[in-house]
Design a protein around this ligand. Structure first.
Ligand SMILES: [Zn+2]
Ligand SMILES: [Zn+2]
Length: 94
């Protein structure tokens, strides 16, 4: 299954499951990282884009939250987009 297809949450052909674990594209990890305020999820908690965003939260007087690991299906179904820095192959929702 292609990444753009899988991330839309459409059920896979063989199993008829949305965000099917078996059909998950190989370049997508099963757990990703997000922080409380983020609109994107990241492959690694140490992502450069995540760190930069956290700095700008601090600069605006907010307190950045620690990145937490969540299941990738949960991340996508709650409306988060893949970080383009972490997932350069992702071309957006089809
Ligand atoms: Zn499947
Ligand atoms: Zn990232």
């Amino acid at each position: 299954m292609r990444l753009a297809e899988w991330t839309t949450g459409s059920p896979c052909d063989p199993d008829n499951i949305a965000y099917c674990h078996r059909c998950k594209p190989r370049d997508l990890p099963s757990h990703v990282y997000r922080s409380a305020w983020s609109t994107a999820f990241h492959k690694a908690p140490g992502c450069k884009a995540l760190a930069t965003a956290q700095e700008s939260v601090e600069r605006r007087g907010g307190s950045p939250s620690e990145p937490v690991g969540i299941h990738v299906g949960v991340a996508i179904s709650s409306g988060l987009a893949p970080c383009l820095h972490c997932f350069p192959n992702f071309k957006g929702r089809a």
